[in-house]
Design a protein around this ligand. Sequence first.
Ligand SMILES: *[C@@H]1O[C@H](CO)[C@@H](O)[C@H](O)[C@H]1NC(C)=O
Ligand SMILES: *[C@@H]1O[C@H](CO)[C@@H](O)[C@H](O)[C@H]1NC(C)=O
Length: 480
Amino acid sequence: MAHHQNNQNNTPNGFNQSQVVVVMVPLPAQGHLNQLLHFSRLISAHDIPVHFVGSPTHNRQAKLRVHGWDQASVSNNVKFHDFQIPPFPSPPPNPNATNKFPSHLQPSFEATTHLRQPMADLLRQLSHKARRVIVIHDSMMASVIQDVASIPNGESYTFHTVSAFALFLYLCEAIGRQAMLKELHVEIPDDTPSLEGCFTNEFLDFIAAQYECQKLNNAGNIYNTSRTIEGPYMDFLNRIGDHQKHWALGPFNPSTILKSGNSNGGRRHMCLDWLDKQAPNSVIYVSFGTTTAMKDEQIAELAIGLEQSNQKFIWVLRDADKGDLFSNEEERRAELPQGYEERVQGRGLVVRDWAPQLEILAHKSTGGFVSHCGWNSCMESITMGVPIAAWPMHSDQPRNTVLITRLLRVGVVMRDWAHRDEILTSLSVKNGVEKFMGSKEGDEIRKRAADLGAAVRRSMVEGGASHMEFSSFIDHIARY
Ligand SMILES: *[C@@H]1O[C@H](CO)[C@@H](O)[C@H](O)[C@H]1NC(C)=O
Ligand SMILES: *[C@@H]1O[C@H](CO)[C@@H](O)[C@H](O)[C@H]1NC(C)=O
């Protein structure tokens, strides 16, 4: 990092940055916790103290699942504040639901709004000690940080965990997209999906409430994305004029992993040892993130399809997280067809625990990723140069699929969103995998993905665009 110095008080530009403190407020869902935790670590590397705010269970989850770097390296500069919230129900996901949005997490989101009071107390305390208190909150947590308005030296930034493309589409819709698009020469495929089936009404209400709070407070916007990937949409967000600042600060993947493909303090997951023995680009990685629960029937079809494709694979087979990871609620253990794991032995690995996704994607043997297209997974895959076979489930995923397959062209559609209510048959899985991994078209996509990944990684090193944008953000929050 350009600004990193161990010298406590003086950075290269002579600022006493330790007088500025950052408070991070994540939404308690894995993909969100993880982003702000990584971001915390990067900020603290500039000698800026970071306070990470959450309920005890969600802070515990964030720390437990930190990946890509050593846990101890976080604890020094990042202070976790475990604030109590009222108990909330933590039901398992319902794999049979037609709308795949993880509605079972809603109670944990609602309960988290009770962080507002302890958060206000923390802000007041910090306000006396620090030159400036920077609050960086998930866009879904604006209600919790409302009281920043009453802190004279407080400033709050909205952190967006979805793609700039998805936000750009929401905004186009809100302000009438046609005119804007023409003016900007941005092309959006006509059949880009609407939001139908992407969220629950409950969650849309929650978003609307957060947005109302955010409007009052916001000093700027941070996106976990890279201009190398989403330049046109970032330009759009910059232009639609509320004079706010917009920073594209991703990807936040630890750079050590980019180099070695393994940096987890020596502990290595067995699937990485297995990958070591496979040929380059020969393995397909199958995972649907932390908010997907598939029907039994769909799991069976997927299993058979993978088996019949004769393709090497790593399949992460697990249900969506519960709102409280550590609650005792019964969890489903998805059944595989009789004798399945023996039959695919040596060729396919079924992983039921927490898989080291970044390391898997960084591994040279991994040649493709069957993904739900959550934004984290998209960015991780792009950064590592791995093409995606898209199987979107909910939220921004159907639109990310358009970005990946049609605009960036670093992936193919495995499951068409329009057919989301049907079971994808084993034959379609088999054909999809074979075409993706073993065709000329697949190889062209793999080549484009590798090129884009290389460009993104170049932007992250000193002198690169992402690196410079990060530095400018640090300078901005530490300014006099
Ligand atoms: C889902 O449906 C299957 C039958 O298709 C049933 O066996 C199972 O118990 C259901 N699971 C839940 C959680 O409702
Ligand atoms: C956001 O940060 C997380 C943590 O590094 C990373 O895994 C993910 O790829 C990032 N996403 C983007 C869009 O940069």
